[in-house]
Design a protein around this ligand. Structure first.
Ligand code: AGP
Length: 613
């Protein structure tokens, strides 16, 4: 979490840094700061608590900090509360070295003790400040040598931007286990935690690998290994549309991204250069598995966090249902510490929108260390998980900015359906006729999602009644339970309304005692084989005073007897209904949050990429 930005070049650095930070605010937004080197080698800086606009106002759009080189930071607090002292950049005592950091220095307490004994004074509660003092301690005029000495001594994860006042023509950047890109155009060089921060200025980027150091000058770019050897690096040309990371007239990124779901689904089904549906079959080249290898899969482990975990839960139902392969789904934060048993013939799949999530990345490393190659389902091209996984199946949802995921989640579902169908076809667990039906259904999903999005006014009216809700429950059976989990997460993360998901049959084992007169219970009832059972659970809660909202398939009219309000989804097969049922639930969460006046794209305490465990 946290975003770092840096610039050196012909233009004023501060406005460019502010512009870059604005694009990275999704990574953290409790405080911000920047340090600039002026022409005469003076280091000036400003920090502020709160959103980036406070820093912008404080520096008059950056004009109060003149200079052609600088670094900036937007923070998601890990060590110490949001305050000016804890905001980055951090400095050595003489304020001649400044550093911005994304990540966590794990041995900072030991390092701080050592530095304190040597007379260094600390002004913040952060782990980052040790870096500034360590740089000071080893600095004898050679920045590269100093940085590598510090790198040898710190443990943990970091992407750093560093400036030295006596080297006003250079900025340095280095990374280990936190993302970092470097960019270049005719007028200067850039560093950032993520590509959108520099897209306005350049599409030519270099992905910095673990323990590599970049030295940026106005018209030169050098990369070094931790042994100070110069490296040759090839640039990558970013080909996505810069507008993809803009709001484009929508009030919030989340709303825009919900509306981009049909496109995200289409692109994931039929990526432009490599369609996954061809000649009435499914072709997933990146899987790189022969039919024999697919037939030999004995178990699948799906590992992920948050919404990606919920997508994995849906994946379990569809893969087990269609391909008859047992699937175990784990939260990455649990998987990595429980010494999981992965047996011969297992396929490990990790799912991540950002490709940066610390726990998911560790789950990947753990599986690899046990000798199991990992398939990553990832959205951000070139991200750490995409680079480190043995095989990558991209979800082509495009950049997702809102903290609450919508289109990337929908694209993850599609990737899992494709895998399930592919495996089922090869293993002969579905008939040709049924496979054909599934192929038709999956291609109908984008239009069906579009239809559901059209009902947004109706959902907004309904949501307005629940702006004051205290607790909301979501229930469902089978694959509907996975949608219930995701629906509850969407509501709580952006509207701060307490919401819980339960397998519908589980409710009467305790939770039903929470139902009071008027409590909203949303029942997902798209699984025809389980429909009557879910309806019985609805009747149980309704008779105890609950207001029941039902989401069910077109044609299920009789549900009206058990529900107070019904949303029908278009007809599809049972495995793909999740893709449709989630849409009204996303809209509901969005409109409750809107009605409450919440900061929808940047909910409190959250960040888009969770790069710490
Ligand atoms: C979803 O709305 C959340 N913001 C969060 O649960 C997210 O899905 C989770 O942190 C995983 O992120 P990833 O897909 O980038 O790994």
């Amino acid at each position: 979490m946290c975003g770092i930005v840096g610039y050196i070049g012909k233009n004023q650095a501060a406005p460019i840094i502010l512009g870059g930070l604005e694009k990275l605010e999704y990574r953290g937004y409790d405080s911000a700061g920047m340090a600039i080197i002026s022409e005469d080698g003076k280091l000036t800086y400003e920090k502020s608590v709160g959103r980036l606009k406070v820093l912008d106002e404080l520096t008059h759009g950056g004009s109060l900090l003149p200079g052609h080189a600088g670094i900036g930071h937007t923070r998601w607090a890990t060590h110490g509360v949001p305050s000016n002292e804890n905001a980055h950049p951090h400095f050595n005592e003489a304020e001649t070295i400044a550093v911005v950091h994304n990540g966590i220095i794990e041995n900072y307490i030991q390092l701080r003790d050592k530095l304190t004994k040597k007379g260094y004074k600390f002004h913040s509660e952060t782990d980052t400040e040790v870096l500034a003092h360590m740089l000071d301690r080893y600095y004898k005029g050679n920045p590269l040598e100093t940085i590598t000495r510090v790198m040898h001594r710190v443990e943990g994860s970091y992407a750093l931007g560093i400036i030295f006042a006596d080297h006003p023509d250079e900025i340095y950047a280095v990374r280990k286990d936190s993302p970092l890109v470097v960019g270049r155009n005719e007028e200067g060089c850039f560093i950032a935690s993520d590509v959108p921060a520099m897209l306005k200025h350049t599409r030519t980027v270099y992905y910095v690998e673990n323990q590599e150091i970049a030295c940026l000058k106005a018209d030169e770019l050098h990369f070094y290994s931790i042994d100070e050897e110069e490296l040759e690096k090839q640039p990558t040309e970013i080909d996505w549309d810069a507008n993809a990371a803009e709001k484009g007239g929508y009030e919030h990124f989340m709303l825009k991204e919900m509306y981009e779901q049909p496109k995200a689904i289409r692109e994931t089904l039929i990526p432009q250069n490599n369609p996954r549906i061809r000649s009435n079959d499914i072709v997933i080249e990146e899987l790189n598995m022969s039919d024999e290898e697919i037939k030999a899969i004995r178990k699948i482990h799906i590992v992920a966090c948050g919404s990606a975990y919920h997508a994995g839960m849906s994946g379990k139902y569809v893969i087990e249902g269609l391909a008859r392969i047992p699937v175990e789904v784990d939260l990455a934060s649990e998987f990595r510490y429980r010494d999981p048993i992965i047996e011969e013939g297992a396929l490990v799949i990790v799912i991540s929108q950002s490709g940066e999530t610390a726990d998911t990345k560790e789950a990947l490393h753990l599986s690899q260390s046990k000798g199991f190659p990992v398939l990553g389902i990832v959205n951000v091209v070139g991200s750490a998980i995409a680079r480190e996984a043995d095989k990558v199946m991209y979800t082509w949802a495009g950049p997702e900015i809102a903290v609450a995921t919508t289109k990337a989640y929908s694209a993850q579902l599609i990737a899992l359906y494709l895998l399930a169908m592919k495996f089922a076809r090869v293993r002969g667990t579905v008939t040709d006729e049924y496979f054909k039906e599934l192929l038709e259904d999956i291609q109908r999903l984008p239009d069906q999602v579009e239809m559901l999005l059209e009902s947004r006014k109706r959902i907004q009216r309904f949501a307005n009644r629940y702006i004051g809700a205290k607790d909301v429950f979501y229930i469902g059976r089978g694959a509907d339970y996975a949608t219930a989990l995701e629906s509850a997460l969407k509501l709580k993360e952006i509207s701060y309304v307490h919401s819980e998901a339960y397998a519908a049959g589980e409710l009467k084992h305790g939770t039903i005692s929470l139902i009071e007169e008027g409590t909203l219970v949303t029942a997902l009832a798209t699984q025809e084989a389980l429909y009557q059972k879910t309806v019985s659970n609805m009747v149980e809660v309704k008779s105890r005073g609950a207001f029941v909202l039902a989401v069910t398939n077109e044609g299920n009219k009789d549900i009206e007897k058990a529900a107070d309000y019904v949303i029908h989804i278009p007809t599809t097969n049972q495995w793909m209904a999740n893709s449709l049922a989630i849409v009204p639930m996303q809209l509901f969460a969005y409109y409750v949050a809107l009605g409450k006046g919440c900061d929808i794209d940047k909910p409190r305490n959250l960040a888009k990429s969770v790069t710490v465990e």
